[in-house]
Design a protein around this ligand. Structure first.
Ligand SMILES: Nc1ncnc2c1ncn2[C@@H]1O[C@H](COP(=O)(O)OP(=O)(O)OP(=O)(O)O)[C@@H](O)[C@H]1O
Ligand SMILES: [Mg+2]
Length: 359
């Protein structure tokens, strides 16, 4: 899917804009505070129903306004027109696909896969496991139709078990969830682990090209010791979990061990190198998505130059050209991408929340 036209109303300092991007590489330039990230935030909101900067939607809605609106005309992988719309405020979420209301953000997300690379990208390498679970589950959601329902089933049973643990319920009321949790946990782990093994060759190739260091290895860790079946683990740990008031281990604690040349990436790579590795991993997800489903992704690269030297910037931009998907890159000045300016299809200038195409 790619975006042909996007309108945004009341997204941070953007009052009202209408933009006709290129289906390939778009560069959004403007001074600090002009609204570049806000523009990307609008696209992200449309695809995922939430901001990448905050969980509080009122912070994203322009001060003094009640709701924000983002609307886009897109073209599907089969060349068909698709329109998507979202209106959000503190007590309102309205979602539309082709003019009809839809109930779940997942319906928009399924149609418009979006990947984000920004100055926080190194979190994927450096921070806690939830960043890496989100990474794997992005792929799961878009590539493996079975995943989302089974993940929802697991979470529902997990919430019930945790509630029973906290209430001090009888063992039988806790154990009643073990069968469902175990069935889902094993399937979730199989799907995630297969996804990672399919991703690894692509990720290794891109990492070598962009980062240029030793061999990448990614080990999937399912969240509990798979020496035993999950229901056996749950039974064995009921007493301890009861004292904690939650289920300590399981697919909700899964993680990835990401190594370069056998050493954990988080322990050896610089901030810029971590950003480049995280970028390589996300780019490999985009390629795998296309390989497996034929779907193209919209890629948002907020503040591309940050943390990257000119050689790495140039390699990254070169790769974005080969990727053949719609890309939105922001930078304070277009000269920061001077090494490869010729590959940018459209340049937009942002100032005080207004965006204009540069001819
Ligand atoms: N809810 C809001 N209502 C109105 N303006 C807001 C709101 N939230 C943030 N802003 C303002 O929007 C402006 C644009 O912010 P944004 O992060 O998009 O800038 P940017 O162009 O990405 O800047 P930088 O180059 O520093 O990354 C900022 O000046 C910010 O103060
Ligand atoms: Mg910004």
């Amino acid at each position: 899917m790619s975006i042909v036209r996007i309108d945004a109303i009341n997204v941070r300092n953007i009052r009202k804009i209408s933009v006709y991007p290129s289906e390939r590489i778009n560069l959004i330039c403007g001074p600090n505070g002009s609204g570049k990230s806000s523009f990307l935030e609008a696209i992200y909101l449309l695809a995922l129903g939430k901001s990448f900067r905050t969980h509080q939607i009122q912070k994203v809605v322009t001060s003094g306004a009640d709701t924000l609106i983002v609307f886009a005309e897109c073209v599907s992988k089969h060349g068909l027109p698709v329109s998507l719309g979202i209106e959000r405020g503190t007590s309102i979420t309205r979602l539309r696909v082709n003019g009809s209301s839809v109930g779940a953000v997942s319906e928009l997300a399924q149609l418009l896969p979006v990947q984000l690379i920004n100055p926080d990208s190194h979190h994927l390498i450096e921070m806690g496991p939830r960043y890496r679970r989100k990474f794997v589950d992005w792929g799961m959601f878009h590539v493996e139709q079975e995943f989302f329902p089974i993940w929802s089933r697991f979470n529902q049973a997990l919430r019930q078990r945790n509630a029973a643990l906290r209430k001090g319920s009888e063992d039988s009321e806790i154990m009643v969830w073990h069968g469902e949790m175990s069935h889902c946990a094993h399937r979730i782990s199989d799907l995630r682990s297969t996804y990672i093994s399919e991703l690894l060759p692509l990720a290794s190739r891109i990492t070598k090209k962009l980062l240029g260091t030793g061999e990448l290895d990614i080990r999937f860790s399912p969240g509990w010791s798979t020496d035993e079946q999950y229901h056996i683990y749950l039974e064995r740990s009921t007493k301890l979990d009861r004292s904690l008031g939650y289920t300590r281990q399981g697919p909700h604690r899964a993680d990835l061990n990401i190594n370069i040349a056998g050493v954990p990436a988080k322990d050896q790579l610089s901030r810029g190198e971590q950003k480049m590795l995280a970028t390589s991993l996300r780019l490999s997800q985009i390629e795998l998505l296309r390989e497996k489903t034929g779907q193209t992704c919209v890629l948002l690269v907020d503040d591309l130059p940050s943390e990257l030297d000119s050689e790495r910037r140039s390699r990254l931009i070169g790769h974005l050209v080969d990727l053949a998907c719609q890309v939105f890159i922001t930078a304070t000045e277009k000269e920061l991408l001077a090494e490869r300016l010729e590959i940018i299809d459209k340049v937009f200038h942002v100032e005080h929340g207004n965006i204009k195409e540069m001819i």
